[in-house]
Design a protein around this ligand. Structure first.
Ligand code: HEC
Ligand code: HEC
Length: 391
């Protein structure tokens, strides 16, 4: 109780400077660093939370790639801001922690929990939440949502929201509001708050003064109508991990002859054809292992972008080595840069990424491989940014 009160006081004190957090993004621990030489605790203020510094280390390693160094988002894959004041005021710690642990399958957001084969324990996920909260807003009690007319909401959604948020089958540039995991975690009050206040400093405007309260109730009812029964994955002890090999696909096969775009990218269709012709190559999945376990290119090995030490087992003898991610280029680009630095002769990024690959009906395996139907948009499918390059 006392601790909660203290936190309230701290957040009230910080509140005024944080109302535009989306556009400032001052970074973590800003105050503490400069105070380090004179560690006199300010009376009434809670001491620095030791989880914050550990969270900062994990954040830089796993998350900054997409959500930007300071958490303001949009470094890659249209990853949303994690430090926007309106987000932090409406999302409670459980929403944030579960979003990190479970991810949003079939989007670039992996599940980071060890239960799914990801790298993070529950304590490490909590450290990330502490880092996001450091010096920023605490969750508030949200105004309750009211029943609405889902059919009216559907029309309004199609006119006003769909172009950014897509639908349950299609992920466009903004957070996929029809995603089953998102809807399992987000309350109606959370949805309503997001629509009313928007996310200042991001493309999400505040609709509170543009739409009537009834229209907003209808939108919430429409989003809720997309929700499906959701069972969280079971706790795994010991955690599941991908096997270490075999490393080379078709070790006795001929070398493929890939033509690279910009000396760097190989088209998915060319890789699929080479696999069919039983050509020799190594394919690296550079996402967290949880994503590898769910859906992967058959024969690919898991070397996450944040653990390049795993490349030690990849032969450096002229064999083609390809890397992919969901992104479609960021995590795989890190791996290919590392391979080139180590002198590998034939390396490339698989151009369009695994979500596109899956959507095309090219072969995949893994626990979630059966999910999408060939020729249909896959749930959460990422739009292909290089449509012009595919034959
Ligand atoms: C490869 C890019 C990528 C990486 C790396 C990544 N994310 Fe995400 N993250 C996303 C995207 C994209 C979304 C939105 C997904 C969607 O469409 O719903 C997202 C969503 C989220 C959300 C939910 C936000 C909301 O408004 O609902 C949280 C929280 C989050 N990420 C935290 C993290 C943390 C913490 C890490 C590191 C452990 C991380 N992410 C790593 C791309 C990424
Ligand atoms: C111009 C594109 C755009 C339009 C149009 C738009 N949004 Fe958004 N919306 C976004 C972006 C981008 C975010 C994430 C912002 C961030 O980084 O925090 C967002 C966030 C949200 C969130 C919070 C999701 C979360 O977990 O963080 C909700 C709810 C939402 N929008 C609902 C709507 C509704 C309903 C409409 C239509 C009335 C709408 N949006 C129109 C771009 C848009």
């Amino acid at each position: 109780m006392r601790a909660a009160l203290l936190l309230l006081i701290v957040s009230a004190a910080c509140g005024s400077s944080n109302t535009e957090a989306g556009s400032t993004g001052s970074g973590y621990g800003s105050g503490y660093g400069s105070m380090a030489s004179t560690p006199t605790p300010t009376p009434g203020l809670a001491p620095a939370d030791p989880r914050v510094a550990r969270g900062a280390v994990s954040y830089a390693k796993y998350c900054a790639l997409c959500h930007a160094k300071d958490g303001t988002g949009y470094a890659a894959d249209h990853a949303p801001s994690l430090v926007n004041d309106r987000f932090l005021r409406s999302a409670d710690d459980a929403f944030i922690a579960r979003s990190i642990s479970l991810g949003r399958p079939n989007t670039p957001m992996a599940g980071y929990s060890k239960d799914l084969g990801g790298p993070l324990s529950d304590a490490e996920v909590d450290e990330l939440v502490a880092w996001m909260r450091d010096g920023r807003a605490r969750p508030e009690t949200l105004p309750p949502a009211h029943p609405g007319n889902a059919a009216a909401g559907a029309t309004l959604y199609a006119q006003t929201c769909q172009k950014c948020h897509g639908d349950p089958a299609t992920r466009l540039e903004a957070v996929q509001l029809g995603h089953p995991t998102f809807l399992a975690l987000a309350s109606d009050a959370y949805l309503q708050y997001g629509i009313v206040h928007g996310r200042p400093g991001t493309p999400m405007e505040a609709f509170g003064d543009k739409l009537t309260p009834t229209q907003i109730d209808d939108l919430v009812a429409h989003l809720r109508s997309w929700a499906t029964p959701y069972t969280p994955p079971a706790h795994q002890d010991p955690p599941v991990t991908p096997p270490q090999g075999p490393i080379v696909i078709n070790p006795k096969g001929k070398d493929p002859s890939f033509k690279l775009r910009e000396d760097r990218f190989v088209a998915s269709a060319d890789v699929a054809a080479a696999l069919k012709q039983k050509r020799k190559m190594v394919i690296i999945d550079s996402r967290p292992p949880s994503d590898w376990l769910a859906v992967r290119i058959p024969g690919s090995i898991s070397v996450p972008h944040y653990e390049p030490a795993g490349l030690a087992s990849v032969p450096n003898d002229g064999t083609w080595v390809l890397a992919y991610c969901a992104c479609p280029h960021h995590a795989s680009g890190i791996i290919v840069d590392e391979l080139r630095k180590r002198g590998y002769q034939h390396t490339a990024v698989i151009d369009e990424g695994i979500l596109f690959w899956h959507q095309q009906g090219f072969p995949v395996e893994g626990t979630a491989a059966a999910a999408p139907i060939k020729g249909e948009p896959i749930p959460g499918g990422y739009p292909d940014p290089h449509a012009g390059h595919v034959h």
